[in-house]
Design a protein around this ligand. Structure first.
Ligand SMILES: [Zn+2]
Length: 273
């Protein structure tokens, strides 16, 4: 007879709200829900697939990552465990976790990574046996999160470096479908990087067919994501040229690159072909 440990683990993205993905990690009939910004798509998926949520993981407490918690607890169990940063301001009772520790849920073991920057309380969950990182709004496919709630460029720079040190095959499960706009920006920063233009073209085709462009793999982010490439000559030169100054630290380069992207985001130009 199979034990639960032998059952394969599957990871499914459920689109929610405008452009969020809620990740559902399934083993047998149990599942773990990551960042439920809305409950309905999770309940629909679980009903269709005869699944029972056994835990909720929260990367940070922005509403589009937590607003589904109440209805999920009402639907499945008032004591459905929630794991969130010890510092998280969450209105629900939860199991506090700290960075650089591990938690066991069922047969799965997650390593917690402190990833402050997008928010000061942001964490990631690394599921070693799948080489999967649930990185919330820290690293996106082709880009990264903005700084909110007092998160600093120094924090974000260290968090991105921490992700950058994971195995190259790590699958990155971020929480938004922002890939096309991110890669259009990447192509502006590095107009001669053919790996970026190829990835952008492939991602456009996926989106045309309604397919998700995430997860992506760390190796492809290292080759195409400007926020992981601020220390390469071309990206550093592009940042200095845009900012008309000579940067001397990784966090200064990150801050300017982020400001550059924010400026273009505001024009709407990255949303168009
Ligand atoms: Zn967020």
């Amino acid at each position: 007879m199979n034990t639960k440990r032998d059952l394969p683990i599957h990871i499914q993205g459920v689109p929610a709200l405008e452009d969020n993905y809620i990740w559902i990690i399934t083993q047998g009939k149990d599942c773990i829900v990551v960042d439920p910004g809305s409950a309905d798509p999770v309940i629909d998926w679980c009903t269709q697939n005869n699944l029972q949520p056994t835990a909720i993981l929260i990367t940070h407490t922005h509403h589009d990552h937590v607003d589904g918690i109440s209805l999920l607890r009402n639907t499945y169990s008032a004591s459905l465990p929630i794991y969130a940063n010890r510092c998280a301001k969450l209105t629900h009772l939860f199991n506090p976790v700290d960075g650089e520790t591990t938690i066991d849920i069922g047969t799965m073991c997650f390593q917690i990574l402190a990833l402050p920057g997008h928010t000061p309380d942001h964490i990631g969950f690394y599921l070693k046996e799948k080489q999967a990182l649930f990185c919330g709004d820290t690293l996106f496919a082709g880009g990264c999160g903005r700084l909110f709630n007092g998160g600093t460029p120094e924090q974000m720079t260290l968090s991105l470096q921490k992700i950058n040190q994971l195995p190259k095959q790590t699958a990155l499960y971020c929480a938004h479908e922002y890939t096309l706009a991110n890669l259009r920006f990447a192509a502006i920063v590095e107009p001669h990087n053919e790996t970026i233009s190829k990835r952008l073209a492939e991602s456009k085709i996926k989106r045309m067919h309604g397919e998700a462009t995430v997860p992506s793999f760390l190796e492809e982010e290292q080759a195409t994501n400007p926020f992981l490439r601020t220390e390469t000559t071309h990206v550093e030169q592009a940042i200095n040229q845009w900012a008309k100054q000579t940067t001397t630290t990784p966090s200064a380069r990150f801050a300017l690159l982020r400001a550059w992207k924010n400026e273009l985001d505001a024009t709407g130009i990255l949303e168009q072909d």
